[in-house]
Design a protein around this ligand. Sequence first.
Ligand code: ACO
Length: 329
Amino acid sequence: MSGTLNLKRSVIVGCGGYLPEKVVTNHDLAKIVDTSDEWITERTGIRKRHFAAKDQPTSELAVKAAHVALQNARIRAEDLDLIVVATATPDRTLPSTAVIVQGKLGNNKGLAFDVAGVCAGFLLALNVVDNFLKSGQGKYALVIGAEAMTSLLDMGDRRTCVLFGDGAGAVVVEAKNRDDIGGDRGVLGVHLQSDGHLHNILYSDGGPSTNGKVGKLRMDGQEVYRHAVTKLTDSAKRILASHELMVDDIDWFIPHQANIRIIESVAQKLKFPMDKVVLTVQDHANTSAASIPLALWVASAEGRVKAGDLILHEAIGGGLIWGSALVRF
Ligand code: ACO
């Protein structure tokens, strides 16, 4: 097995994204909850976010992002061996959102399943897919982060409802033989960790086996903030060290987009220049598992991130679960 693992690389060959039509500004929120544009901008960097329509489930956002990624990669949906959806807002308790996406895409030859890593879900899905592909279980995979976060929001709770938005991002990943790749491209490594003792600082207050409800998102913001800065900094240092890389070797830092202050603090601790950080939090807010692939899509579509660039990703979410990934695009 280890021989196979060393022979293959999981290379991102296409990116896509989708943001629902409805844009909600901080001023719009200030009309329904006791907040202000000034407070939200100053504490989070968020200026606006997209809200899905009432009849727009997560799978629909995911499929729209998937079509863009497949087109970008010039791969047909029926050629996918694996479809993994990272989401905290599944369409239904069962089956998985991924099989609904698989059906809507018209693929019946692959394997589709969800992973639950909340805001770190995309990195978890990428890690799972990387291991599937490197061990020879398929050639083409679709990794989607998709969230209808508004379905979990208590719109009367100003401490949480201003922070999140809806959207989906997707990447097509191809298993390539290392000998066939020009340069050292692909997923170089992923570091992920969780600490279940902290499950009660960010959670939904419902669930099928507790009260039969979806619940609303609850959070101890200051605790999450504190853990986010220390754990993300530690994870980034760890993955860089394990690959014998320095901060200067990284072309782009594309973190989970929760709060500009978390991103700036981590960048400062790593001595990472902010002009090499991709930021979408101001326009998308926190889209949970969708935020990294959406930011990657935006930056690659704008021509900022180019083939061969070395990217550091990192994310933290409810669990807590956190980690980082090194990807040569
Ligand atoms: N508008 C106006 N006032 C508000 C709002 C709001 N939307 N929300 C809270 N306040 C008030 C509070 O009631 C409090 O008022 P008080 O002093 O009269 O009691 C005051 O603002 C300060 O509240 P704090 O919670 O101390 O504000 P803080 O500076 O910690 O900022 C925030 C809150 C933005 C949530 C911050 O803690 C944070 O970013 N935490 C990280 C949480 C996060 O990003 N979670 C996302 C999910 S996890 C992830 O993706 C990383």
